[in-house]
Design a protein around this ligand. Structure first.
Ligand SMILES: [Ca+2]
Ligand SMILES: [Ca+2]
Ligand SMILES: [Ca+2]
Ligand SMILES: [Ca+2]
Length: 275
């Protein structure tokens, strides 16, 4: 903090003492004429009214949120103290580890809140399977001193996610036939985001679903009964819900629009013709 002028013997400060963190300092001054040295001269310096470090009083802390948490969720409201501040406003600088994930969090300076950032599409920025913990380190600076040790640990909790279909809907065209004869291919790809085993893929009950069968291994639909549309026996279009469920019980479903064409399977009736 101090230096002495070799020619003048005047001791002056080398820093702004508001940046000093030690109140009691001993300077040992030595003088030499080239032959003899006197070095038993101590100067005891006390810095009065030392600038206190600013503090974030409610950090360190940790919070746990599910991986489905969306933007705007408030993680913490920071509280500050500093008895001697040399800036107009205390504003923390917060950095996130992993470093590439800074965009997932925002600090609102008006309310001192750290919250989950709002991403486009209102999706959650979190994925437990990718990153399960973040560390947000915040530093307050009062113009000369920094706060220390202020970390918010954000733990991400796993949520079981349902299997996902590669399309929002599927279409299928069948021709009336006996059970299992006419077939359409949905070409559906169904995956679980966490890699869980998908335990079942079936049509939900209702709307004639018992008349149709989905084959998981081929991703095809066929009739479960002998299907006949003539005389309005059975409908020519049916919308079913194809449901996929994972081993942990999460399920998801999409509509399958089925059209059943009439086959030329009834005897024609000829009227009188003339040539
Ligand atoms: Ca201070
Ligand atoms: Ca996930
Ligand atoms: Ca998950
Ligand atoms: Ca799952």
């Amino acid at each position: 903090y101090f230096q002495i002028g070799q020619a003048t013997g005047i001791i002056t400060t080398t820093i702004d003492l508001r940046a000093a963190t030690e109140a009691n300092i001993v300077l040992t001054v030595s003088v030499t004429d080239g032959t003899h040295t006197i070095d038993d001269f101590d100067i005891f310096i006390t810095i009065d009214n030392l600038n206190d470090r600013p503090q974030i009083t409610n950090l360190p802390a940790s919070v746990t949120i599910p991986e489905t948490t969306v933007g705007g969720f408030q993680l913490i409201t920071l509280t500050f103290t500093d008895v001697d501040t040399y800036v107009s406003q205390l504003i923390p600088t917060c950095t996130v580890v992993p470093a590439g994930d800074q965009y997932k969090f925002t600090y609102v300076s008006g309310t001192h809140k750290i919250q989950v950032a709002t991403l486009s599409g209102a999706t959650s920025p979190f994925d437990f399977e990718t990153t399960s913990e973040y560390e947000i380190t915040c530093v307050l600076n009062d113009g000369f001193q920094n706060s220390v040790g202020d970390v918010l640990t954000v733990n991400i909790e796993n949520v079981n996610e349902a299997p996902q279909f590669d399309e929002v809907a599927y279409w299928c065209i069948l021709t009336e036939s006996s059970a299992g004869v006419s077939v359409c291919d949905l070409d559906a790809s169904i995956v679980d985001p966490e890699g869980d085993t998908i335990s079942s893929v079936t049509f939900q009950a209702g709307n004639n679903s018992q008349r149709f069968v989905y084959d998981r291994s081929l991703s095809t639909v066929t009739f479960g009964v002998d299907y006949d549309v003539d005389n309005n026996n059975m409908p020519t279009s049916v919308t079913l819900q194809l449901e996929a469920k994972d081993v942990n019980g999460a399920s998801n479903h999409v509509p399958v629009y089925i059209t059943i064409n009439d086959a030329n399977d009834n005897t024609c009736k000829f009227g009188a013709t003339s040539v």
